[in-house]
Design a protein around this ligand. Structure first.
Ligand code: CO
Length: 147
C-alpha cells in the first residue's frame, strides 16, 4: 500500500442528490434559488444513473435519476419517494491508494472495489454508509488540471 497523508480527503467535489426527475429538480432549483444547470443531463450507464450538475460558488450539486431497471437509485427512491441527499463526494489524489486505505482501515468499498468511471470522467469508489455514520461517501480521483 502506498504512503497516505494523515488526511485522505481532498476538496469537496459535489453533493449527490437523488431525484425521481432531474427535469423537476432543475426546475425547483431554478424557481427557488435561481440556479441554472452547468452540465445538462446525460446518461452514465456504468453507474446506472442519469446525471446533471448545478454549479455553486465552491462546489456542485449532482442530480441523479435512475437509469435502467438495475439502477442503485431505485432502492433509495423507494425509501425516499421525493428524492433526497444521496452521497457526498471528496477528491483524492490516488483512487487506488484511497481504496486500499479504506480497506486497510476497516471500511467496506461497495461493489467489486474496482474503481468505476464517474460522472466527471475520472474513477470513483463508494464507501459503505454503515462504516461512515450513515453517509454514503464517494471518493473520486482528483481531475487533472485542478491545481
Ligand atoms: Co457523485
Amino acid at each position: 500500500m502506498s504512503q497516505l497523508p494523515p488526511l485522505l480527503l481532498g476538496r469537496l467535489n459535489h453533493v449527490g442528490i437523488a431525484c425521481p426527475s432531474i427535469d423537476d429538480a432543475v426546475a425547483m432549483y431554478g424557481r427557488l434559488f435561481g440556479a441554472t444547470v452547468s452540465t445538462p443531463a446525460f446518461d452514465l450507464p456504468a453507474q446506472g444513473v442519469r446525471v446533471a450538475f448545478i454549479d455553486v460558488a465552491n462546489s456542485q450539486l449532482e442530480l441523479i435519476e435512475p437509469l435502467g431497471a438495475d439502477s442503485p437509485i431505485h432502492g433509495f427512491l423507494k425509501k425516499n419517494p421525493n428524492g433526497g441527499q444521496h452521497h457526498v463526494c471528496f477528491e483524492v489524489k490516488d483512487i487506488i491508494a484511497a481504496r486500499d486505505a479504506m480497506r486497510a482501515r476497516g471500511a467496506t468499498v461497495l461493489g467489486t472495489g474496482e474503481p468505476r468511471m464517474g460522472a466527471h470522467g475520472v474513477p470513483v469508489i463508494f464507501v459503505h454508509p454503515r462504516d461512515t455514520g450513515g453517509v454514503l461517501i464517494e471518493l473520486m480521483q482528483e481531475p487533472d488540471g485542478h491545481h
